[in-house]
Design a protein around this ligand. Structure first.
Ligand SMILES: N[C@@H](CCC(=O)N[C@@H](CS)C(=O)NCC(=O)O)C(=O)O
Length: 288
């Protein structure tokens, strides 16, 4: 569980805050996952929007509550929690009703959430090639990236090892070469393997774990929406997952998180049409 130490927190005002506060962004997958969780739990929370597009997450105020520069961040009664799945497990323990981790399946859920987290850079690789690209402003400003590199924020009292992974990703995305075809192909293969297993499970089961709706369904629902938006053929490759996805999407808490703003829809359709003309679409790169 990643709860920052008092000495890690340089944005001191949050220490005085009461209740549940969430730093989040509309289009961030981890924020969407958490907002569905909060809605299903009926937890009241105060919103602190952070704009990834303008690099607000690399500004000193935000680095003072998450030196990793990542969303979401939870502040609960002055304690600062980072890492979306840790936040979810913390909130589940703090607000147990209604349960979104089935009793007796805590370890299994933890492992499945870890697996989902391990795919996060693959998700970014796919979406930064086919959804959020350079000219839409998502690639990082050089100055902000340098600021982030030199920031000496700490997590659990030590310089954060995760930071080098983040920097490597943004350096590659910012480079002349950008996100390579090879990394897209590898990312899609990782998703395909994980979703193949889910598809087998969902052939007979209504939900992924423990026979009831859980945080694992929420997490995969969000991933499926993002990769499908990028061009991943969810219905063709994983028909049971696709049916499960459609069932979840009928719920208001889920649907509202995966209905992109008209402006984003327009930009992405335009981008993907251009990529198709240039034979650089998802299908062109991945094949089939
Ligand atoms: N393992 C982290 C991943 C968090 C993450 O990568 N968040 C993305 C949004 S979904 C982010 O903040 N990206 C920074 C950026 O795009 O500048 C978690 O689960 O919280």
């Amino acid at each position: 569980m990643v709860q920052l130490l008092d000495s890690d927190i340089t944005t001191r005002e949050v220490l005085e805050w009461h209740g549940v506060h969430l730093f989040h962004c509309q289009v961030s997958s981890c924020s969407q996952k958490l907002r569905i969780f909060l809605a299903l739990k009926g937890i009241d929370w105060e919103s602190h929007p952070i704009e990834l597009r303008t690099g607000e997450n690399f500004q000193p105020y935000f680095l003072g509550i998450n030196p990793r520069a990542l969303l979401p961040v939870l502040v609960h009664n002055g304690d600062v929690h980072i890492e979306s799945n840790d936040i979810i497990e913390y909130l589940e323990a703090t607000f147990p009703e209604p349960p979104l981790i089935p009793a007796g399946f805590e370890h299994k859920v933890h492992d499945l959430l870890q697996m989902e987290n391990d795919l996060h850079l693959d998700l970014r690789t796919i979406t930064f090639r086919f959804v959020f690209v350079e000219d839409e402003g998502f690639v990082k400003d050089r100055k902000l990236l340098d600021q982030y590199k030199t920031d000496n924020g700490r997590v659990n009292g030590v310089p954060d090892s995760r930071k080098s992974v983040e920097i490597a990703f943004w350096e590659q995305a910012n480079s002349e070469e950008g996100i390579t075809d090879e990394s897209v192909i590898a990312a899609v293969a990782n998703f395909r393997a994980a979703l193949f297993e889910l598809d087998e499970k969902l052939a007979s089961d209504k939900y992924i774990v423990g026979g009831q709706l859980s945080v694992v369904d929420i997490a995969w629902f969000i991933y499926c929406s993002h990769i499908e938006f990028a061009g991943y053929p969810l219905t063709d490759w994983h028909p049971n997952v696709s049916r499960w996805y459609t069932r979840l999407k009928a719920k208001e808490e889920f649907a509202r998180e995966v209905s992109p703003a008209p402006q984003l829809l327009h930009e992405v359709h335009h981008l993907q049409a251009r990529q198709a003309e240039e034979e650089r679409s998802f299908r062109d790169i991945v094949g089939e």
